[in-house]
Design a binder for this molecule. Structure first.
Ligand code: COA
Length: 300
């Protein structure tokens, strides 16, 4: 029976999420990192499917889902949010076929830049991506700490913050910040975050200048965080750590690119520990982030 490759349907997303969790945990356990993923409702997948169904694909055999790929596009930028194959089915060419289908989505979207975040310790994914024109740009460290360990050592917030309320003026400024720090705008994703009851966002100010934004969720996870200038990144990260520490979560965590020196230095100075090393890969010409901390490898 040949493997069927088809567009994902809304009713596939829970099963696809289970496959992704199993595939991540098999990989991280096999490499000695322990379990990384826990199941969560596929809310952002659902949002992306509704927004642009060309980006989500299923590999299926005899009614069983063997693989899942999901990409999203904003302006001229395309991002591979997930590519996962059932552990027992890897090495059969399924990942390669799914990747080709999502790359057709990139072509349809007229993407100029393409990127993804993968596991530094996965030789297979990196080899496959290099074959398709993605090259390593920067390590991205997943760092975490118990909130009680972080709180006493934090200084006063160096930046002032105001809640993101979705006003037109704020949306305009968010787009400007994204244009500067990422090279593209993603208004739909800010709308998604605003409607997520677990997440809150702030605009960050140095005197009267709005220099960035940051989001924190109810589990104490920071990101995305973006700034207009690398020289304010350290202050933006410290201020956001402070906001996260004022909440009730058990832990605080963030993904910090190796090219965001000041944020990385501050994270380690305050005792955050590297748990999982990840890697930003992108097509030639896309610059590494010096003023952007992604939310996770799917949302970016
Ligand atoms: C990464 C993954 C999606 C690939 O899917 P797959 O179905 O196993 O991969 P395929 O069989 O289609 O292709 C494997 C290709 O990887 C490349 N590859 C494998 N090992 C490699 C190595 N050591 N060095 C370089 N390239 C390598 C080759 O190009 C190989 O193709 P070939 O066998 O035809 O030469 C799958 O293995 C997986 O789910 N892994 C765990 C989760 C993960 O890391 N996902 C990526 C998240 S971004």
């Amino acid at each position: 029976m040949p493997i069927l490759y088809r567009r994902a349907e809304p009713q596939d997303l829970v099963a696809a999420e289970s496959l992704v969790v199993a595939s991540i945990n098999e990989l991280t356990e096999r490499h000695g990192f322990g379990l990384m993923a826990t199941s969560s409702p596929p809310n952002f997948q659902q949002f992306s499917l509704k927004d642009d169904p060309d980006g989500l694909w299923i590999a299926e055999e005899l009614g069983d889902i063997l693989g899942f790929a999901w990409s999203w596009a904003c302006s001229d930028f395309w991002f591979l949010a997930q590519l996962f194959v059932e552990p027992g089915q890897q090495g059969r060419g399924i990942g390669n076929e799914l990747l080709k289908l999502t790359l057709e989505h990139a072509q349809k979207s007229k993407a100029v830049h393409k990127a993804l975040i993968t596991f530094t310790f996965n030789r297979v994914s990196q080899g496959l991506y290099i074959r398709h024109g993605f090259y390593p740009k920067a390590p991205v460290y997943f760092l975490g700490i118990a909130r009680d360990h972080l709180r006493p050592s934090l200084p006063e917030s160096p930046l002032r913050s105001t809640a993101i309320d979705g006003s037109d003026a704020q949306l305009k400024r968010l787009a400007e910040i994204d244009s500067i720090s990422l090279g593209f705008t993603r208004e739909k994703h800010h709308r998604y975050l605003r409607n997520d009851p677990d997440t809150s966002g702030v605009m960050l100010y140095s005197s009267s200048e709005c220099v960035g934004y940051a989001y924190v969720n109810s589990s104490g996870h920071i990101g995305p965080l973006a700034v207009t200038r690398p020289d304010v990144l350290g202050h933006a990260f410290t201020s956001t750590l402070k906001l996260a520490a004022e909440r009730q979560s058990k832990n605080i965590s963030a993904f910090v690119p190796g090219t965001c020196d000041s944020a990385l230095g501050i994270a380690v100075k305050f005792g955050m520990r590297i748990t999982f090393p990840m890697l930003l890969m992108a097509t030639s010409g896309y610059p590494s982030w010096t003023g952007y901390l992604p939310r996770n490898p799917g949302f970016m």
